[in-house]
Write a protein that binds this ligand. Structure first.
Ligand SMILES: Cc1cc2nc3c(=O)[nH]c(=O)nc-3n(C[C@H](O)[C@H](O)[C@H](O)COP(=O)(O)OP(=O)(O)OC[C@H]3O[C@@H](n4cnc5c(N)ncnc54)[C@H](O)[C@@H]3O)c2cc1C
Length: 1045
C-alpha cells in the first residue's frame, strides 16, 4: 500500500542538517544528481544513515568533537565528543578450513550446475536458496558470570574459500595472493567447510572520522580491531572450539573431515596449533563480520561520549534523532539486522508518542515548535528520514568490481569507490579485509560468476589463449643491463626490441599478470572493464564536467596485465594526423616530425588489410603488430559511410598521409584475435630469447638512485616480498600516463612541495611530473533510433556468432562490441585538415542492455537513465561519440599518499578550458547533420532522440547553451590518458623528458610511453604509443652505440 504522506527520494545524498541559532532543526540540504537542494521540516529529522553515514552527516552538520570539526574548518554547533567514537564490530577470523569426503559439501561446479539452478527455480530449494555458504551457527557458554550470555558465536559455512582455486572468492575475502596461494594450495577445489569464530562483545573500539569537510570525501573508518587483548584471547578460544568440533568422531568418521594443516605464511616460526601460532593466525586473518555499530552511542547524560538519549534524541539539539545501528551502546550477541529493524520500529513508536501521545509513552522532552511555524512554510514535510542505503546501491552498482592497485593487498580498496577509506590498524597488521559491506560481496559475486563463465568458456574453447608461460620470477638475476618498468603497449615494444641485442640482459617488470584468456576475443572487450586486468581507477570529482555522472566522477580504465592497456582496449588502429608529430617537433622536440616517426609506425606494423594504392606506401609489412581490416559490421556501418559520402566525405584510410573522411577502423588483431603488445612483442621475444626475463605481478615501488642521481635499479613487490634488482645501463619507465608520474614521484622525482607533503625525500625537483595530464573527452550518449540495420548488440552471444568466430575468426565476436565507423571532419578553426574532432559511430543505444550494466559501468546517474534513456529500451539505434582531438584543458596526476599501493589522484580536469566546450558543441552539430542525411534518415528511418537532457531543461533545446549544458553533463573519458611526463625542450619549466626521453636532472633513466606526448594525437592513442616504444628502443640503442645515430 502506498501512503500518500510518504515521499521517497532516491539518489539524494544528505550533505547537512540545518539548525537555527537555538539549535532547532530546520531541514536538510541534499545533493541530487549533482545539484544541491534544501528541504525544510515541520517536526523532526531522523538520521538513519548507518554506523558510518550517521556520524559523518552529524559531523558535516557541525555536531561532533569540536577539535575534529575545527580541524576541518566546520563551525561547531554542538560539541559532542562521542560522535564517531565507540565504533565496533564482531571481529571474526577467516581461513579455518577442513576438507570433507566428496559428496558431503559443495564444489564450485555443483554450486552452479544446471541441477542447482533448476532446483532453485522449481522448488526454491538448494544452495541458491540460502545466503552464500551459510550452514550452521553455534553459540557457546561464556566464561564470565553469565554463561548463558555467550561471548562467542561460531558460523560454519559449507564451502572452502579455495573452492574456485583462488579465481575470485579469495579476492572477495580480501586475501593477499602470497598468503592465499601457499596456505590453500592443498585444499584448492576440494569439498569441505570453513568455521568462523566471532567475538560477540568485542572490547576494542574504533572511530569514524571525516577525511575532509566536503560531503563527497570518504570518511576515515577505523574499527581498530584487536586493540584490546581480550578480543584476541577470545578468538583463540573460539578456534579451539571449532577445532574440537572438527575433531569430533562424527566429523572425522562420517565426513572424513581433515583440517588444513598448511602453516599460515607469516606464522611459520610458531609451533603448529600452539597458542602463539593461533595468536599469529588471528592477527593475520581477523576480519569483519560486516556488523558495524555504536558510532552514535545511546547513553545517559552523564556519559560524556553518549550521542543520543534513550529516546534517540541527539544531545544538545532539538528535532533531531538517530535511528539505526549506530546507536547501539554495545553490539548485540548475533547478527545486527534484526536488532536494527527493532530500533527502527521502536524509534517510530517513540516519535509518535512524543508528538501524538499515542502508545503508552509520555512526551517528556521539550517538543520543538514545528518548523513551518518558524519558517512560515506550510508545505515542508513533517519528518525527513535520511537513509544512505539507496545511495550505497547506486555507488555499488556503478562500481562493479572495483579493484584498485592493491587488489590482493588491501581489500579496503573495494570501499574506496564507495567513498569510504579504511584506516589500517597500525599495531596489529591484518592481512584480510578490515571492513566491508555485505552488499559489496553479493554484488561482486553476482558479477563475477558470469565473468568467470566467459573466462572458462574461452580458455577451454579457444586454443592458445593462455600461452604466456614464461614468467622468470624464479630466475631473477642480481643485475641486468636494462630494466623496463611496465609491460604495456610501449614497454612491451621497448623490452622486446632491446633484447634483440645479444649481449644485453633485459628485465621487464609488469604489475599485472598474463593477459586473461577472454582478452583475445575482440567482441568480449566490455567484460574487461573493471576486471582484474584493469587498475579500475576513478577520476576525482570533476568541477566542470561529468555532471550527469554519479559523484561527478567516471571510471578511468587502464590495463593492469602484460600488454597493459592494449590488453583491454578497443583495438582501433589509428596513427593520428601528420600535423600532430610535426607540431611535436615544432614545440622543440627534434626527431619527432611525421617524416621521422613514420619509419617506426611502419617498422612496428604487419598490415594484413586490403592495400589501397593511395596509402600502400605508408603501411608496414612484417612488423610484430598485426593490423587487419575490421572483419564484420552491421548494415548500419555501410549506411554511415554512405551518409559521409552524401556530405562530401570520402571513405579514407586514415593511416595514410591525410585523415579527413570516414573509415571502417583497422584493428590490432591477427586472424580476428587481439594483438596486444603482450601477444605481438613480448611473447615471441620471451620464447625466442633467453636474455629477456619477464616478471609478472611485480609492482615496482621505487626507482633507486646513487648519490650522483644515477638510476641504478628498482625495488619491486611481488607476492608480499620486496625485491631489489639493479640496472647496469638504464631504467626505462613505461608505466603509462598514470603509472609513470606516480612512480617518479614515489622515487623522489617530481614537484618538490608535493613530495615534501608526502614526506618523500626529493631527488630532483621536477614541477612538470604529473602536470599536463590530458585525455580526449568525448560525449557518449547522442542517440538515434532506427527502424532496421543496427542489429541487436546481443548478437555476440548467438550460437552462430560463436561458431563463426571459433571456425573462421569472423562475425560479431571478431570486433569490439558496437564499433562501426570512425570519421574526422574538416576543422572549423585553424588548419582545416588538422581535425579538431573525431566521431565514433557505435551500433546500439545506451539502453540496449535494458539499463542493466552499461549505465552503471559508464557511470550515468540512475535518474539520468530513467528520465532520458529508459524510453529507448528494446529499440534499435546507434550512438555517435564526438571526441575532442586536441583538448586545451589540462589536469594532474598526484599521489594520494606515499604508499605505492594507494591509487593516485587522477584529475583530468575536463572542460576547464571553455574552448573545449565550444568545440564539442560544434561536434554535436556535425553529428546531427550526419544523422539527418538521406542515407540514415530516409533509408534506415533514423530519428534523433531529442528528449531534453535532465539537468538542461532550463535551456532551449537545440540552442548553443543547451548543447553546452549537454557537453558538461555527458562528456567523459575516451581512455586516452597522455602527457603527464611531457617531452619538452629545456626552456619549458614543465618538461620532464628531453627529445631522447631521458628524465631531466638525473641520469640512467628514461620514460617511454604515452605520458611523454606533449599534446595528444588526433586519434586513438595505441598506435602512437607503439611508435614511441619502437623509437625509444632505437634511441637507447643509438646512445649505447649498437645502432648508428
Ligand atoms: C578501455 C580502453 C580502450 C581503449 N581503446 C583504444 C583503441 O581502440 N585504440 C587505441 O588506439 N587506443 C585505445 N586505448 C588507449 C591505448 O590503449 C593507450 O593509449 C595505450 O595502450 C597506452 O600505452 P602505454 O604504454 O602508455 O601504457 P599502458 O599500455 O597502459 O602500459 C602501462 C603498463 O605499466 C604497468 N605498470 C604501471 N605501474 C606499474 C608499476 N609501478 N610497476 C610495474 N608495472 C606497472 C601497467 O600495469 C601497464 O601494463 C584504449 C584504452 C583503454 C583503457
Amino acid at each position: 500500500m502506498a501512503y500518500p504522506g510518504l515521499h521517497v527520494l532516491t539518489n539524494a545524498l544528505a550533505t547537512k542538517v540545518l539548525l537555527d541559532d537555538e539549535r532547532n532543526v530546520l531541514g536538510v540540504v541534499y545533493d541530487n544528481g549533482g545539484s544541491l537542494h534544501m528541504v525544510g521540516v515541520r517536526r523532526e529529522v531522523v538520521i538513519s544513515a548507518g554506523a558510518i553515514g550517521s556520524p559523518k552527516l552529524l559531523m558535516l552538520s557541525g555536531i561532533g568533537p569540536a577539535h575534529h570539526l575545527h580541524y576541518h574548518r566546520i563551525p561547531t554547533l554542538v560539541h559532542l565528543p562521542g560522535v564517531g567514537a565507540n565504533l565496533h564490530d564482531h571481529v571474526t577470523v577467516s581461513g579455518l578450513t577442513w576438507t570433507t569426503r566428496p559428496g558431503t559439501s559443495v564444489t564450485f561446479s555443483s554450486l552452479l550446475s544446471v541441477k542447482t539452478i533448476k532446483e532453485y527455480l522449481i522448488k526454491k530449494r538448494g544452495t541458491l536458496a540460502t545466503a552464500f555458504g551459510i550452514d550452521v551457527c553455534a553459540w557457546t557458554e561464556s566464561e564470565g558470570d553469565e554463561p548463558q550470555w555467550p561471548d562467542l558465536q561460531h558460523t560454519f559455512s559449507y564451502l572452502t574459500l579455495a573452492l574456485d582455486h583462488g579465481w575470485e572468492v579469495a579476492h572477495v575475502a580480501g586475501y593477499k595472493k602470497e598468503v592465499f596461494e601457499p596456505y590453500f594450495s592443498e585444499v584448492a577445489g576440494q569439498e569441505g567447510y570453513t568455521a568462523y569464530p566471532e567475538v560477540l562483545r568485542p572490547k576494542s573500539r574504533g572511530t569514524v572520522r571525516l577525511s575532509s569537510g566536503h560531503y563527497e570525501a570518504p570518511p576515515l573508518v577505523d574499527p581498530n580491531y584487536l586493540s584490546h587483548p581480550d578480543d584476541l584471547r577470545l578468538l583463540i578460544k573460539g578456534i579451539k572450539f571449532v577445532m574440537a568440533v572438527g575433531n569430533s568422531t562424527i566429523m572425522r568418521e562420517n565426513f572424513d573431515a581433515v583440517f588444513n594443516t598448511q602453516l599460515l605464511p607469516g606464522c611459520e616460526e610458531e609451533p603448529l596449533f600452539s597458542d602463539t601460532y593461533w595468536a599469529c593466525f588471528v592477527k593475520n586473518m581477523a576480519t569483519t563480520s560486516y556488523h558495524l555499530v555504536g558510532s552514535c552511542k545511546m547513553g545517559p547524560e552523564d556519559d560524556p561520549f553518549s550521542v543520543v538519549d534513550h529516546r534517540l534524541r541527539v544531545r544538545g539539539v532539538s528535532g533531531l534523532r538517530v535511528a539505526d545501528a549506530s546507536i547501539m551502546p554495545l553490539i548485540t550477541s548475533g547478527g545486527t539486522n534484526a536488532p536494527t529493524i527493532m530500533i527502527g520500529e521502536k524509534a517510530a513508536d517513540m516519535i509518535k508518542e512524543d508528538w501524538l501521545g499515542v502508545s503508552q509513552g509520555h512526551p517528556e522532552h521539550r517538543v520543538p515548535r514545528p518548523v513551518n511555524e518558524r519558517l512560515g512554510d506550510k508545505t515542508s514535510p513533517v519528518f525527513i528520514l535520511i537513509s544512505l542505503r539507496a545511495r550505497l546501491f547506486v555507488k555499488l552498482s556503478r562500481v562493479f568490481t572495483p579493484r584498485g592497485e592493491t587488489r590482493f593487498e588491501n581489500p579496503a580498496n573495494y570501499l574506496r569507490p564507495l567513498k569510504i577509506v579504511v584506516v589500517r590498524e597500525r599495531e596489529v597488521p591484518l592481512n584480510t579485509s578490515l571492513v566491508s559491506v555485505r552488499f559489496e560481496m553479493i554484488y561482486r559475486l553476482s558479477r563475477f560468476i558470469p565473468g568467470l563463465l566467459v573466462r572458462l568458456l574461452v580458455a577451454v574453447g579457444l586454443r592458445g589463449t593462455n600461452d604466456h608461460d614464461y614468467d622468470a620470477s624464479d630466475k631473477l638475476l642480481y643485475q641486468y643491463d636494462f630494466i623496463v618498468v611496465g609491460g604495456g603497449t610501449a614497454g612491451g615494444a621497448v623490452a622486446a626490441r632491446l633484447s634483440e641485442v645479444e649481449g644485453w640482459r633485459v628485465l621487464l617488470l609488469e604489475a599485472g599478470g598474463p593477459p586473461p584468456p577472454e582478452s583475445v576475443v575482440p567482441g568480449l572487450n566490455v567484460v574487461l572493464m573493471q576486471s582484474d586486468a584493469d587498475w579500475s581507477y576513478f577520476t576525482v570529482p570533476q568541477k566542470h564536467s561529468l555532471k550527469g555522472y554519479v559523484g561527478k566522477s567516471c571510471h578511468f580504465p587502464l590495463g593492469r596485465a602484460l600488454g597493459g592497456s592494449s590488453t583491454i582496449n578497443w583495438m582501433m588502429y589509428v596513427r593520428g594526423n601528420r600535423r600532430d608529430f610535426d607540431n611535436w617537433e615544432a614545440m622543440g622536440n627534434p626527431g619527432w616530425s611525421y617524416d621521422k616517426v613514420l619509419k617506426y609506425f611502419k617498422k612496428s606494423e604487419d598490415y594484413r588489410g586490403v592495400r589501397r594504392p593511395d596509402t600502400a606506401f605508408y603501411r608496414g609489412v612484417g612488423g610484430p603488430a598485426s593490423v587487419e581490416n575490421k572483419r564484420w559490421g552491421t548494415p548500419l556501418m555501410h549506411a554511415i559511410l554512405k551518409a559521409g559520402r552524401q556530405l562530401g566525405y570520402d571513405v579514407v584510410d586514415p593511416n595514410g598521409p591525410e585523415q579527413i573522411g570516414f573509415s571502417i577502423p583497422d584493428m590490432t588483431t591477427r586472424n580476428g584475435r587481439r594483438g596486444s603488445s603482450a601477444e605481438s612483442y613480448v611473447r615471441p621475444a620471451a620464447f625466442r630469447r633467453s636474455n629477456l626475463h619477464v616478471v609478472m605481478n611485480a609492482l615496482v615501488t621505487q626507482i633507486l638512485f646513487d648519490d650522483r642521481k644515477r638510476a641504478i635499479g628498482v625495488k619491486f613487490e611481488q607476492y608480499g616480498k620486496v625485491r631489489t634488482v639493479l640496472a647496469q645501463r638504464e631504467v626505462v619507465v613505461s608505466a603509462g600516463a598514470v603509472g609513470s608520474p606516480k612512480l617518479l614521484m614515489l622515487s623522489g622525482v617530481g614537484p618538490e612541495e608535493h613530495l615534501r607533503r608526502h614526506k618523500i625525500p626529493v631527488v630532483v625537483n621536477l614541477p612538470g611530473v604529473g602536470e599536463n595530464f590530458h585525455d580526449h573527452p568525448s560525449i557518449f550518449g547522442l542517440t538515434w533510433t532506427v527502424k532496421k540495420g543496427s542489429d541487436s548488440v546481443f548478437r555476440v552471444v548467438r550460437p552462430q556468432a560463436i561458431e563463426q568466430y571459433s571456425a573462421h575468426g569472423t562475425g560479431p565476436l571478431s570486433c569490439p562490441l558496437g564499433v562501426e565507423v570512425n570519421a574526422w571532419g574538416l576543422s572549423e578553426e585553424g588548419d582545416p585538415y588538422w581535425p579538431e574532432l573525431q566521431y565514433l559511430f557505435v551500433s546500439g543505444t545506451p539502453a540496449f542492455d535494458y539499463g542493466l550494466f552499461i549505465t552503471d559501468g559508464i557511470g550515468y546517474t540512475r535518474e539520468l537513465f530513467n528520465k532520458y534513456y529508459k524510453s529507448l529500451i528494446g529499440l534499435q539505434g546507434f550512438t555517435v561519440g564526438p571526441m575532442l582531438t586536441r583538448p586545451k584543458s589540462r589536469g594532474t596526476i598526484r599521489l594520494r599518499s606515499p604508499d605505492p599501493k594507494d591509487p593516485p589522484l587522477v584529475d583530468p580536469n575536463y572542460l576547464s578550458h571553455p574552448d573545449d566546450v565550444a568545440t564539442l558543441v560544434r561536434g554535436i552539430k556535425f553529428a546531427l547533420t550526419v544523422g539527418n542525411t538521406p542515407a540514415l534518415r530516409e533509408e534506415l528511418g533514423a530519428r534523433f532522440h531529442s528528449q531534453p537532457l535532465p539537468g538542461c531543461e532550463r535551456e532551449i533545446p537545440g540552442s548553443d547553451p543547451y548543447w553546452a549544458c549537454y557537453v558538461r553533463h555527458m562528456a567523459k573519458t575516451t581512455w586516452h590518458a597522455v602527457g603527464s611526463c611531457k617531452m619538452a625542450p629545456p626552456s619549458d619549466p614543465f618538461g620532464v623528458v628531453d627529445h631522447t626521453l631521458k628524465v631531466r636532472g638525473v641520469s640512467g633513466l628514461r620514460v617511454v610511453d604515452g605520458s611523454i606526448m606533449p599534446l595528444v594525437t588526433s586519434g586513438n592513442t595505441n598506435a602512437p604509443c607503439i611508435m614511441i616504444g619502437e623509437k625509444g628502443a632505437d634511441m637507447i640503442k643509438e646512445d649505447w652505440g649498437v645502432l648508428p645515430g
